[in-house]
Design a protein. Structure first.
Lengths: 380, 325
C-alpha cells in the first residue's frame, strides 16, 4: 500500500494569499520593533505574567494542533491501521508547520535568544528542569518531522534512489516521532506544577502531564478531521474522505471519557469540586471547557452521525476549542501571580501571532499546490 | 479493519503507569540547609521605613533610581527613587501596611507596619529547579541563589516558578537579563555583609548565619511585649546592639517552613498575609514537579521501552510497505 500523492496545482497568488501576505508583513515590521527595543515594546507582559499568547497560543496550542502527525502515526504504524494511511502526509505537513513555527515563536519570545543553543549544551542543561525536557524534545521533534516528511520532497524532485533509502530507515524517525511528542506534550502540562499556589487548585494537579497528553492526542485527531473537511471545501475538492474521517472521529470518544473521569475524579479526590462554584469567573471557564469536551462525545456517539461531514466539522471544532481553552486556562486564566498583576495581550502581540498563523496557512497553500501531499483522487 | 479500542486502552494504560507515581512523590522536605548558609533576618517591628536599605542596595549594585509618570510629569525624573515594588531596577523594597487612622505602629487595627521584600533565597528554590540551562544556581556553601547571564536564555520560566515573583526581566531592553537579589555576593567575597544590613540604622535587617538568625528569631517571638531588649545590629556576629522596646510579635517566623524554608526570615507584629506574603505549603513546588518528572523518567526506562516497542512496530509496518511497493 504505497501512498499516491498528487500536487493540486492551480494559481498560487490568489486574493486570500495576498491578504495573508499583508498580515505576515505587518508582523514582520512589529518584529523589527521587538528586536530593536525589547519585548516590552510590543507586549503587555509583566513580572507577574511573564508568559502571554506567544507561549500559550503559538507554542502550547500550536504544537497541540500539530499533533495530527503524531496521532495518525500512532494508528498507522503502531496499531497497524493501514486504512488511515491516506491521511498521513497532510497530517505530517501540518505538524511540521505547527512545530516549526512554535520553534520560531519561542525564538521571538525568549529574551536572550542568541544563547538559545545553551539548551542543547551538556554542561549547561539542567535535567531537573521541565523546560529543558520540553525544549530538547520539541527541538528534536522539529527535525524528526521534516525527516518524516522528506519523501514527499524526494518524490517531487524525482530522487527515487534517495526516497528508497529514506524509506528503509524511516521507521527510526517514525518511532521517534511517537516517543518525542508523548514526552513533551505531557511535559508541557508538567510545566505548571512548579507554579504551585499561583495556579488555581481547580487546574493545579499532579495529573497535568496525563491530562495534557490525552487532550493533545485527541486534538491531533480533531485537527486532521477539521483540516481535511475545511480544505476540501476551501480548495473545492470532493468530500471523499468523510467515511475514513468518521471512523477516525470515534477514537476521540474513549479518550475524552478517560479525560473527564480523570479530571473530575482528581477534583473530587482533592476535595476541590466545590471550588468550581466558589469562584464565578474561573467556574465559568471550567464549565465552558468541559461543555466543549462533551460536545464531541455526544455528537459522535452514534456511528451514523459520524458519517455526516457537518457533524464531523462541528464536533472536531469543539474538540479543538476545548483543548485550546484548557491550555489557556491552565497557563493564563487560572494563573494568578498576586495582587496588582493583570494581563491581556496587546494589539502588537496579537498581530505578531496572526502573522505567524498567516505564514503557516501560506506555506500550507504552497505545499498542497506544488507538492504531492493531498491524496490522489481515484478516477474510479 | 475495525478499530480496536483495546489498542487505545493500551496506550492509555502506559500513560497511567507512568503517572502512577503521582501520589507517592510528595515526599516532603528533601533539601537541607548548608551549615554555613547565610541569610537575613528582617524584623518589621523595629523597621522605621527610612529606606536606607533601598538606597544602599541601589548604590552597591549599580541600580538606577526609578520614576513613575508623576515624576516625569513634574520634571523631577531621576531626582529621587520612586519605585512601586521590586523590579528590574529595584532588588529590595520597603512596603507600608496601613489600616484605619494608622495611629499606632505595629498594630493591625488602626495601625501601620513595614515589611521588606527581597529574594527569599529558598532552601529548595523553585527557580533553580525550573531553569533549563542552570543559569540560576544555589551556592553550596552560602546557599545564595545566584544568576549567570551567560547561561540564561531569557525563557522566564523562573518567574513563573517563583512563588514570591522575585526574578525580574528587563522588558525594556533589546538585550535583556534576569535581575534578582544575590545577597550582595560580590560584597561578601570581600568580607563585607549585604548593603541593606550594613546601612540599616535600627538592626531591622540583620545579617548572619541562618542557624544563628533562626535562634535569634525564636528568642524574639518569646519576648514579652513592652519590655526592653538589646537588638543586634548589622551583623549578628558583630556584637553591636541597640536597646528597644519589644513589640507584640506574631508567634510565627515567616520563612521557617514556607516552601521548604528560606534563608531570608521575617518577623512581624501583624499577620503576614496582610503584608502580601503568600501562604505556601511546607514543601517546595520544585519537589512535586521533580518528583513527578523523575518518577516518569526514572532511568529513562519508560521512554526507552516505548521507543523499542515503537521501533519494532514501525519497522514491521514500513517493511511491509516497502516490499509491497
Amino acid at each position: 500500500m504505497t501512498y499516491e500523492g498528487k500536487a493540486l496545482g492551480g494559481k498560487l497568488l490568489t486574493k486570500p494569499f495576498w491578504v495573508l501576505l499583508g498580515f505576515a508583513m505587518i508582523a514582520g515590521l512589529l518584529l523589527i520593533k521587538r528586536f530593536l527595543f525589547g519585548i516590552g515594546a510590543v507586549t503587555n507582559l509583566s513580572d507577574g505574567y511573564p508568559w502571554g499568547i506567544w507561549i500559550v497560543y503559538d507554542v502550547l496550542v500550536g504544537t497541540a494542533l500539530g499533533c495530527g502527525g503524531y496521532s495518525i502515526a500512532l494508528l498507522v504504524y503502531i496499531f497497524n491501521k493501514g486504512e488511515y494511511h491516506p491521511l498521513v502526509r497532510t497530517a505530517l505537513m501540518t505538524s511540521a508547520f505547527g512545530y516549526t513555527l512554535a520553534g520560531v515563536s519561542i525564538f521571538i519570545d525568549i529574551g536572550r535568544y542568541w544563547q538559545m543553543y545553551n539548551v542543547f549544551l551538556p554542561w549547561h542543561i539542567n535535567i531537573n528542569s521541565i523546560m529543558f525536557e520540553v525544549a530538547a524534545c520539541i527541538g528534536a521533534y522539529v527535525f524528526v518531522l521534516w525527516a518524516e516528511f522528506s519523501p514527499t520532497f524526494m518524490e517531487k524532485l524525482k530522487a527515487h534512489d534517495a526516497k528508497k533509502k529514506m524509506n528503509k530507515i524511516i521507521f527510526i524517525f517514525i518511532a521517534l516521532g511517537v516517543v518525542l511528542p508523548t514526552m513533551h506534550q505531557s511535559s508541557l502540562g508538567s510545566l505548571m506544577i512548579i507554579a504551585g499556589e499561583k495556579l488555581s487548585p481547580i487546574w493545579q494537579t499532579g495529573w497535568l502531564p496525563l491530562l495534557f497528553l490525552i487532550t493533545a492526542i485527541s486534538m491531533g485527531y480533531a485537527i486532521v478531521i477539521f483540516e481535511s473537511l475545511f480544505s476540501a471545501v476551501a480548495l473545492k475538492q470532493p468530500l471523499d474522505d468523510t467515511p475514513i474521517l468518521g471512523k477516525l472521529s470515534g477514537i476521540m470518544i474513549p479518550l475524552l471519557l478517560v479525560f473527564l473521569i480523570l479530571r473530575f475524579g482528581d477534583l473530587a479526590w482533592r476535595g476541590q469540586l466545590g471550588n468550581i462554584f466558589n469562584d464565578g469567573f474561573l467556574g465559568t471557564f471550567f464549565v465552558l471547557e468541559n461543555i466543549l469536551f462533551l460536545i464531541p462525545i455526544i455528537m459522535l456517539a452514534s456511528a451514523k452521525n459520524r458519517m455526516k461531514a457537518t457533524t464531523l466539522f462541528w464536533s472536531s471544532g469543539a474538540m479543538l476549542l476545548g483543548g485550546a481553552l484548557y491550555r489557556f486556562d491552565t497557563f493564563l486564566v487560572a494563573f494568578n501571580p498576586g495582587v496588582g498583576y493583570h494581563y491581556f495581550p496587546s494589539a502588537s502581540e496579537i498581530l505578531i501571532t496572526v502573522g505567524i498563523i498567516s505564514v503557516e496557512i501560506m506555506a500550507y497553500l504552497i505545499f498542497v499546490k506544488k507538492l504531492p501531499v493531498l491524496p490522489a483522487v481515484n478516477p474510479s | 479493519m475495525n478499530l480496536e479500542r483495546r489498542d487505545f486502552l493500551k496506550v492509555l494504560s502506559a500513560g497511567a503507569l507512568t503517572a502512577g507515581n503521582v501520589t507517592s512523590v510528595f515526599a516532603g522536605i528533601r533539601k537541607t540547609l548548608s551549615p554555613d548558609a547565610v541569610g537575613i533576618l528582617y524584623d518589621g517591628t523595629i523597621c522605621i521605613g527610612c529606606k536606607a536599605c533601598e538606597a544602599a542596595c541601589k548604590q552597591y549594585n549599580d541600580m538606577p533610581p526609578e520614576s513613575g509618570s508623576l515624576e516625569k510629569a513634574n520634571g523631577v525624573d531621576g531626582i529621587w527613587d520612586a519605585s512601586y515594588d521590586m523590579s528590574e531596577k529595584t532588588l529590595n523594597k520597603i512596603k507600608l501596611y496601613e489600616h484605619g487612622d494608622a495611629s499606632e505602629r505595629n498594630r493591625e487595627e488602626n495601625g501601620f507596619a513595614f515589611v521588606k521584600r527581597a529574594c527569599m533565597h529558598c532552601v529548595d528554590p523553585d527557580c533553580v529547579s525550573a531553569c533549563p540551562v542552570t543559569a540560576l544556581t544555589k551556592n553550596e556553601t552560602t546557599g545564595i541563589v545566584e544568576y549567570n547571564k551567560d547561561a540564561c536564555i531569557g525563557c522566564r520560566y523562573c518567574m513563573v516558578a517563583c512563588p514570591y515573583n522575585v526574578p525580574k526581566f528587563e522588558y525594556a531592553k533589546a538585550l535583556p537579563e534576569i535581575v534578582k537579589c544575590e545577597m550582595c555576593a560580590h560584597r561578601q567575597v570581600e568580607g563585607d555583609i549585604p548593603a541593606c544590613c550594613e546601612f540599616c540604622p535600627t538592626g531591622a535587617s540583620l545579617f548572619g548565619k541562618v542557624t544563628d538568625l533562626m535562634d535569634e528569631a525564636r528568642k524574639r517571638i518569646q519576648l514579652t511585649a513592652g519590655t526592653s531588649y538589646d537588638y543586634p545590629m548589622r551583623d549578628i556576629e558583630s556584637g553591636d546592639t541597640s536597646p528597644k522596646t519589644v513589640a507584640p510579635y506574631i508567634n510565627y517566623i515567616y520563612g521557617e517552613k514556607e516552601g521548604g524554608g528560606t534563608q531570608y526570615l521575617l518577623l512581624s507584629a501583624i499577620p503576614f498575609s496582610k503584608l502580601g506574603l503568600p501562604e505556601l505549603s511546607e514543601t517546595s513546588s520544585a519537589s512535586k514537579s521533580e518528583g513527578i518528572q523523575h518518577g516518569i523518567y526514572k532511568g529513562m526506562i519508560a521512554p526507552i521501552a516505548l521507543l523499542g516497542g515503537l521501533l519494532y512496530g514501525a519497522y514491521r509496518t514500513t517493511n511491509n510497505e516497502n516490499s509491497e511497493g
